[in-house]
Design a protein around this ligand. Sequence first.
Ligand SMILES: *Cc1c(COP(=O)(O)O)cnc(C)c1O
Length: 386
Amino acid sequence: MIPYGKQSISQQDIDAVVNVLSSDWLTQGPQVPAFEKSLTDVTGATYALAVNSATSALHIACLALKLSQGDILWTSPITFVASANCALYCGASVDFVDIDPATYNLSVNELRKKLEKAKIEKKLPKVLVAVHLCGQPCDMKAIRSLSIEYNFKVIEDASHAIGGHYLNKPVGACEFSDITVFSFHPVKIVTTAEGGAALTNSKSLAEKMDLYRSHGITRDEALMENPSHGGWYYEQITLGFNYRMTELQAALGLSQMQRLSNFVATRHQLAARYYEKLANLPITLPYQLPETYSGLHLFVIRLDIEKLSKTYKQVFDELRRGGLGVNLHYIPVHLQPYYQKMGFKPGDYPHAEAYYTNAISIPMFHGMTYEQQDEVIAKLKAILEC
Ligand SMILES: *Cc1c(COP(=O)(O)O)cnc(C)c1O
């Protein structure tokens, strides 16, 4: 099976992890801050906090932005459930903004319309999670100006987008957002096995997220409520979690970060071959926005079902039977049973639902050979041309 995505592990990555095993620290040592520094170096953000998943990063980001009961978080329905669940963890509620049919990211026009309506109904969001689907950055400049006009905070869910650029700045620079989140799950661009990070330019948000990732405990006297009792002293000043990343994971991440631009460049080379060789099939190839450089986590094609004599499911099953680990990213979150129980229903977000009828993520990963890619192309042609 040729998977849709797969990690790339070098001997250097293996050595980095093995070295940690014989070092003094398996957790809370020097690797985590070194990995965090590699993230701020690459993105230009001032602070990076490594955690055990992007889901945890989204949670502490929402907490730091004071999202709580009675508040509303908006996001795209075409995302992984974690982009929305983070609101529920904080006792807040979720609402969605339909996608742009060209980019599959949340539509800024829909956002503007929904904000105008929400203002009248007094249901404005406190936080917007802008998901850079497939690695393609959202229109952050427009989102930022709406966030100023309507007074909401912005989290970039850049789980797909590390290594990408928006208006010549790296994704993660947080120029148009409060916090940016990355995922380091193995299918993503850079991996730490499980892992994530939250980046920000705000000292106070960074301090808050640092507390939330480790029990709400501080050893920083400047943050304590009482004078220190001595060298053993720490204070719990809020309720936090254990969301820490281990040294093993951080060493892997630090080693992987050295290949980041190479990882993304390879994806662009593979994508260019797909654009060329799939051009005449009854499918829509991904639209790439000008002035952005996608991280290209995913390569999503959309079947032109009307030109095919097969259903979506038939095509999908034939691809899987043909040894291609194709997938669908994502089932619209509002259609998940858990969300339908909150009142969301089919028909709520037509563009997201249309996407769900015809989108397929085809294999693309660092380490994919041109032979493997040609096999994908040949299978697609055989299945879609008849
Ligand atoms: C993978 C992913 C997440 C969650 O990442 P984890 O590190 O697995 O918690 C969140 N949002 C998006 C868009 C993702 O793709």
